[in-house]
Design a protein around this ligand. Sequence first.
Ligand SMILES: [Zn+2]
Length: 444
Amino acid sequence: MRRLERRAIMCLMLAAVLFLGIVVFSWRFVTRGGKWASFYGNTQVYTDGVISRGSVCDRNGILLASCTEDGIVYVDDTTLRKATAHAVGDPGGNIPYGAVNYFKDELIGYDLLNGTYDASRDGKSIQLTIDAEANRTAYNYLSYYDAGLIGVFNYKTGEIVCMVSTPAVDPAYYDDVDPDSAVYYNNFIQATLTPGSTFKLVTAAAAIETLDMEDYSFDCDGYNEYGGDAFRCVAYHGEEDFYDALANSCNGAFGEITRTVGAGTMKKYVNQFGLTSPVDIDGIQTAKGSFSFPGDDDVALSWAGIGQGEDLVNPCAMMVYVGAIANDGEAVAPRLLKRTGIFRRRSGKSLGHYLDAGTAAELRKMMKNNVESSYGAGNFPELDIYAKSGTAEVGYGETSWFVGFIDDEAHPYAFVCWVDGGYGGAAACGPIVRATLYTLIENN
Ligand SMILES: [Zn+2]
């Protein structure tokens, strides 16, 4: 009897192991089946190592690339090819997050029931959330600079409607281009950059949430010596309140505000605002920012609070943060695929509240004040724009930033724009943002 009992237990254990195996396999099949099917060795979907099925179009159905057995056929227009190169990808796979490389499983028409079996053998057309014409507008403006980027997304749905990085490769003629060339690098996704004064939006939020800023005042003498360092301003700002300090982008005031907020609180807020984690865009992981807020060095802490020093931010993460300010404090994950297979992890979902609704409302008022008193509302006709500019001093010179959003029910867009060079954030990036938003509003 005891032997029978032992055998029964053995059988049950074997059954349990088998069952566990099936569960593990099924899980891996569901989550990784697309990657298995798009494996390089699957000759059914590759010709000479280049994917030979499917096509990529923009949000309005403009065909940007078709993957055929004779290679990838791109849109005829050279500017459109370069403007969308980082979103669409190159045949050599040097743009790792381009659609033809990163969304291969979607492209080959893989699905769980049928695998890659497809009677038409054409694969699937995947639709990106970007507007190719808005990319073209942005690309033309960005071309004045050696390097730059713009990202615009719908801060309610997460759809990235414009994403351009320069310099950009022409993917139809990539053969002679060095694989390590900067033309493949997507600044919006892969870069971390010194944020300069755009970071004052983070310091301001931390101050609103932890200090009483109502009666704040600072007397700027243009030089603002502290601890032996000069926190110079572009001008002598005199007596300022909190609103003036942000609109003037006063380094003296914000250095002092940072010291009052304190190192620990600054650390807490950069984490809370998603600036030290990668952003997930339909599975693509952006670079993550990094900051140093020393508790024992007030001078270094002050530089960090005004976006200089060792601060590095990923532009996409900055855009998501600004989107949260626009969206009553709630951050939304950005996405690039208009429609996704049912088993791909969906983006466009809420990332929770980065800020209290009250803090977001206060920041919006300050960003509107920036436009009215510093950048000139007249420079943005017909746009209800809220923004913060930035200039970052880097080793070899200056870079310019402009981040913000528009309040427009039908076009709830937040943006980030950065260029290498330029004279002042709003002066350099303002016209790029303005033209891109006009194209987006006209087309969508
Ligand atoms: Zn000042």
